[in-house]
Design a protein around this ligand. Structure first.
Ligand SMILES: Cc1cc2nc3c(=O)[nH]c(=O)nc-3n(C[C@H](O)[C@H](O)[C@H](O)COP(=O)(O)OP(=O)(O)OC[C@H]3O[C@@H](n4cnc5c(N)ncnc54)[C@H](O)[C@@H]3O)c2cc1C
Length: 269
């Protein structure tokens, strides 16, 4: 389908993008366009003004910052896959990015767009939640940092204010992490995805497509911390989740699949 009519502005800086967002109540930022444009074509999204931030190259970076890694919001998925800092200090991010869509999607889509879009089927959001990432958002009154655990509010709903832009993602350095994505066909979205990582000596688990937002499998984490085996802990995978039923899988199938993947992910850690 053809999108509804909209205006277009190219932002030359974050401040300019924020000012343009303030010009129109229905204005939206455009980063890689690989979630927003399909939604516009289906007329699920009808922004009156698109503020293109795709040329803000200052926001494309990955750098060490003490015991953290800072990633610019406009860093593309393909850049995450081959980044040497991530390869050395948090290789699971590149491994997850490599599983997103197809090469075209990975060469246009951005990590900030994935986070801001808030899709419960997104792969990057699950690993970022698992790692207790922090999201840096700039608004007209300054900058604030939002912990991942407080960021995802519902399907396609996040803690970002309307006139706020995500500028940076901050993650810890981790030695061990994995992400298992079950798909029906190559390049598909996850029927279920499971992330596992060792963060500060603790095993942390995240789930994709098991509820309205990316989720942490807290019961599994607590069982492991209490000395349970991987198999015992994995039986708690579906606790507190709301796996959807759709054309890809039933709710019960997703719950079973997630348990199997959690056990496998723990074996890989
Ligand atoms: C065919 C196809 C297959 C895909 N497969 C997968 C997959 O397997 N796994 C997966 O995780 N994803 C998948 N995606 C989604 C892809 O990863 C998108 O690139 C990503 O979700 C959005 O990033 P973007 O830069 O394209 O954002 P855009 O589409 O430009 O924007 C998405 C939303 O975020 C907002 N936004 C963007 N950047 C910012 C910012 N810096 N601050 C505040 N708001 C912002 C926009 O206003 C918009 O509402 C797929 C997409 C397509 C088209």
């Amino acid at each position: 389908m053809i999108p509804a009519a909209f205006e277009y502005e190219l932002a030359g800086s974050v401040d300019e993008a924020l000012a343009l967002l303030g010009r129109d109540e229905d204005a939206k930022l455009l980063a890689g366009g690989h979630s927003l444009v399909p939604a516009m074509r289906l007329r699920i999204s009808r922004p009156s003004l698109l503020v293109d931030i795709g040329r803000l190259d200052d926001l494309r970076y990955v750098r060490e910052d003490g015991d953290r890694i800072a990633i610019g919001a406009l860093t593309r998925h393909a850049a995450l896959v081959r980044d040497p800092v991530l390869a050395q200090h948090c290789a699971v991010i590149g491994a997850v990015a490599a599983l997103i869509g197809d090469p075209q999607v990975r060469h246009r889509g951005t990590i900030g767009g994935s986070v801001a879009h808030g899709d419960p089927a997104s792969d990057l959001t699950t690993i970022l939640l698992t790692l207790d990432a922090d999201f840096v958002a700039q608004g007209t009154d300054g900058t604030r940092t939002i912990p991942a655990a407080e960021f995802f509010l519902g399907p396609f709903d996040t803690a970002l204010a309307r006139q706020e832009m995500l500028t940076e993602i901050r993650i810890p350095k981790v030695a061990a992490g994995t992400y298992l994505k079950h798909v029906r066909r190559e390049h598909d979205w996850a029927t279920v995805g499971v992330a596992a990582a060792r963060v500060d000596g603790r095993v942390q688990i995240g789930l994709t497509s098991m509820g309205p937002t990316p989720l942490r499998a807290r019961s599994v984490e607590e069982a492991l911390a209490g000395g349970a085996s991987a198999a015992e802990a994995a039986t708690h995978t579906a606790d507190g989740t709301e796996p959807p039923s759709d054309v890809s899988a039933s709710s019960a199938y997703r719950a079973h699949l997630a348990q199997v993947l959690v056990e496998r992910a723990l074996a890989e850690l």
